[in-house]
Design a protein around this ligand. Structure first.
Ligand code: GMT
Length: 378
């Protein structure tokens, strides 16, 4: 099948999931066209069956805000006409489902039917989409999608609770390609980061307020007083500066390595002993799953979809948002003994298998085929 994928090209999880999905579909012989404003960070363009179409927004002095939705829907119309796209899959409702709906309507005028699958990722529902300035448009575009999926059961519940949804929502969880983690990672050298006696704790995110960066530093502060440890902070974002400043004042400057955004997170996670994700909200927590696939247990909150991914007492521990003491105590339970750490590492890896790409891609293919069959019989 020929499909177009719309996503954010940045380091956020929704863009990563869309890229992994498109790549896997292309490997299975589908023709996949990514349509977005920049090449997605994890997209390998030198791959068979993969195309990338950049959306350009023309500047004009009158525009206070650039009309991205307009440019995106026009680009979609052009790509669909030129390449004979049969199906559109948009990731993150805002503004992609809205732009997709507009493209559908324009194409309809030309006698072309383009079914649209919308995947809800989290903040498009729980933080941003729920705001009154966006809510009517988000509700409309969800209800007018042909198929709606959410990345966790928790996000499905939130969507139903927060919006007036008339559409069925199918839960298709996020996934990971476990075949990449079956053999030992070649480039895994923990000595470049830590002394042999130190435990390595890692966090990866876009460092927005929802990630509670200060909690991470404070958890580490408690742990580091009890065992030799370092913290690796991967990513960048608005909360980084304040957290870095707090860490310096707390005398942790030499113990925390801020490495910025990275496209090589497996090279860091492969030698990590623990992953911290104390988020305020998290529809799924893809970074936690990536850690687990790398044999890294997780200390997280129990919010949103996190308990679906991180099984309390098995792949790590979950706590209430803001319960720094408990999270630090749980981190110590895992880190203080080599044998216990090893057991948690193995259990985290075993739990990650539940989200193997091989189990999830067929679920998307089934939805695509069902919606296409419905369209063709019209
Ligand atoms: O965490 C973010 O704010 C980024 C956001 C995104 O758009 O990439 O992440 C959301 O989607 C990810 C992929 O489905 C999920 O793993 C994250 O849990 C979700 N983030 C939140 O719900 C805060």
């Amino acid at each position: 099948m020929k499909l177009a994928i719309v996503c954010y090209p940045t380091f956020g999880g929704s863009g990563v999931v869309a890229t992994m999905l498109g790549t896997a579909l292309a490997e299975r012989g589908h023709e996949v066209h990514f349509v977005t404003y920049k090449q997605p960070v994890r997209l390998d363009l030198f791959s068979r069956n993969i195309f990338f179409h950049e959306v350009n927004v023309e500047e004009y002095p009158l525009f206070h805000y650039q009309p991205y939705e307009l440019a995106l829907s026009s680009k979609l119309v052009n790509v669909v006409q030129e390449y004979g796209i049969e199906l559109l899959h948009v990731h993150y409702a805002i503004p992609h489902a809205y732009a997709g709906y507009m493209a559908q309507q324009m194409l309809k005028d030309q006698g072309i039917t383009l079914p649209m699958v919308t995947t809800l990722h989290g903040t498009d529902i729980t933080l941003v989409g729920n705001h009154p300035v966006y809510k009517p448009a988000v509700t409309f575009s969800i209800n007018n999608s042909d198929v709606v999926t959410s990345v966790s059961a928790s996000l499905k519940r939130d969507t139903i609770e927060l919006f007036e949804i008339t559409k069925q929502i199918d839960v298709v969880p996020n996934f990971i390609d476990m075949s990449l983690y079956k053999t030992e990672f070649k480039d895994c050298d923990r000595t470049v980061m830590a002394f042999p006696q130190e435990r390595i704790i890692t966090h990866i995110s876009n460092m927005r307020p929802v990630k509670r960066l200060m909690d991470i530093v404070k958890i580490f502060e408690i742990v580091e007083k009890q065992i030799p440890a370092i913290l690796i902070m991967v990513g960048d974002g608005p909360e980084r500066f304040a957290a870095e400043e707090y860490a310096h004042k707390a005398g942790l400057k030499m113990k925390i390595k801020w490495v910025g955004n990275s496209t090589e997170i497996d090279r860091i996670l492969c030698f990590s002993d623990l992953f911290l994700l104390p988020s305020e909200k998290e529809s799924f927590g893809l970074a936690a799953l990536e850690a687990m696939a790398n044999h890294t247990p997780v200390i997280s909150t129990n919010t949103g979809g996190l308990p679906e991914v991180n099984e309390d007492g098995v792949s790590g521990y979950t706590s209430d948002v803001g319960n720094i003491e408990e999270m630090a105590a749980n981190a110590m339970k895992i880190l203080k003994d080599d044998q216990v750490l090893n057991d948690f590492k193995n259990a985290a890896f075993a739990k990650a298998q539940q989200y193997d790409i091989l189990k999830i891609i067929p679920q998307y293919e089934k939805l695509y085929n069902t919606v296409l069959a419905g369209t063709k019989s019209l």
